[in-house]
Design a protein around this ligand. Structure first.
Ligand code: MTE
Ligand code: MO
Length: 424
């Protein structure tokens, strides 16, 4: 086998950087080891927040990959905002570190002979799933937050199953490599590396894993410089991203994002996910003739906007937090959902189905849990920041519930069907 090594493979002249070695790889690995579990857990929590118990988490039927289901809480109100801010924000920030880690182990990709033992074949398959999995999750995630649906499959299904492929491979990889990572990190101190200039940069001692170059070229950058470059890249992405979650003036720095900067002026200047026009809402349907119907009780109740405004109004400062990471906190006023439930004759509903004037599609309807209806801050909002809702933000009325994923804060509400326990 050794004599049949194709030119350019393995520990050869092709990979001559004197920076490569177990220590450098382990530094990147340690950062990923701390951050990836946060991304994994927040991703899975987001799935639960969507309400799989109502069949409204995507993908719907995941067989034995289903997650434990619990009622997503309504408090703290920023829970989903934090969850998605971490998932999307940290996911983007880690991209330079993932790329650096891959660069640091690239000779392994070409190791020769390709299959020395069964154990090695298994390890290489797990690496394929690991690297393929993370690149797939990054690619689908980035395309999704940019609303670039160039792929011909469901983003949610792909991202969910891709995540499980990655999680499995990550667990295997961790089991195989954790001791080596810890040993390598102890091989030299970060402080020493940060004090070493380019001229004084030497390769790490040759390692059995084959990361260190046998024929190293002179250093063109110090390890400190390389760490600075990767860390700087991560910080730059953080600076260009954080504004979409933090809001306020930081929103103007969110240059990478399709939503998140300016939407006109005045009380309704905050991000719009889909405009009324895009959703096919006709002004005629939201004018004088608009009625809200409440069903599920002994008899249906129909209210116009004036009747709703005549009910007790409640004001709450609540975020809209989109699954795609952007969020915005505004001051909403309107009627409590629990008051509407009582009016409909179901004071303690088990769930409620909210329907929009926009029929069908992923946004046309949403089902709310009992706690999401009964929370004192859960509203059918009629106004925001003291002004009537704009057409794009859901006039005549929209749902706004603490900690609810943005997508379920239905705009242009048309009807609410309150359901008691045992409803089919
Ligand atoms: N009817 C309807 N409701 C909707 C949407 C929509 O497209 N149509 N978008 C949802 C999504 S994905 C989010 S994040 C929020 C955004 O609200 P905003 O556009 O007022 O910021 O509204 C939700 N409610
Ligand atoms: Mo959203």
């Amino acid at each position: 086998m050794e004599t049949h090594r194709p030119p350019g493979l393995g520990r050869t002249r092709a990979w001559r950087s004197p920076l490569r070695g177990p220590w450098l790889t382990s530094v990147f690995a340690a950062v990923l080891l701390v951050c990836l579990p946060v991304i994994i857990v927040s991703g899975l929590l987001s799935y639960i927040a969507y309400g799989p118990q109502f069949g409204q988490a995507l993908p719907g039927n995941v067989g034995w990959l289903h997650l434990p289901i619990f009622d997503w809480p309504t408090s703290p109100s920023w829970l989903y905002r934090l969850n998605q801010g971490l998932h999307v924000g940290l996911g983007l920030v880690l991209i330079p570190i993932v790329l650096a880690k891959l660069w640091s182990v690239v000779p392994k990709l070409f190791s020769w002979p390709p299959a020395r033992s069964v154990a090695q074949v298994l390890e290489r398959v797990s690496l394929l799933l690991l690297v393929g999995g993370i690149l797939f999750e990054i690619a689908t995630g980035v395309l999704n937050i940019q609303y670039d649906y160039i792929f011909g499959f469901s983003f949610y299904a792909a991202h969910y199953y891709g995540a499980w492929v990655f999680i499995g491979a990550f667990a295997v990889h961790l089991g195989l490599k954790l001791p080596l990572m810890l040993r390598s990190l102890r091989s030299q101190s970060l402080r020493t590396v940060l004090r070493t200039s380019r001229a004084a940069t030497r390769p790490e001692p040759l390692d059995p894993g084959g990361l260190v170059a046998t024929d190293p070229a002179p250093a063109t950058v110090s390890r400190r410089g390389a760490l600075g470059l990767v860390g700087g890249g991560a910080l730059l992405i953080a600076a260009l991203t954080a504004g979409q979650t933090l809001g306020g003036i930081t929103r103007h720095a969110a240059l990478l994002l399709p939503r998140g900067r300016s939407n006109g002026t005045g009380p309704t200047d905050f991000p719009i996910n889909r405009t009324a026009t895009a959703a096919g809402i006709k002004p005629a349907d939201t004018g004088q003739g608009w009625r809200l119907s409440l069903t599920g009780g002994p008899r249906p109740v129909t209210l116009d906007r004036a009747a709703l405004l005549a009910m007790q109004q409640h004001t709450a400062s609540l975020p809209i937090a989109c699954v795609e990471g952007w969020s915005t906190t505004q001051t909403w006023s309107g009627v409590r959902l629990r008051d509407l439930a009582a009016l409909a004759g179901i004071p303690v509903p088990h769930s409620a189905q909210v329907k929009s004037l926009e029929q069908g599609g992923p946004f046309g309807q949403a089902i709310l849990q009992s706690n999401q209806i009964l929370d004192p801050d859960a509203l059918l909002a009629l106004q925001v920041n003291g002004a009537d809702l704009s057409a794009d933000h859901g006039f005549p009325g929209r749902v706004i519930v603490p900690a609810l994923p943005g997508v379920h804060n239905t705009k242009w509400v048309h009807s609410i069907d309150f359901r008691s326990k045992g409803h089919a």
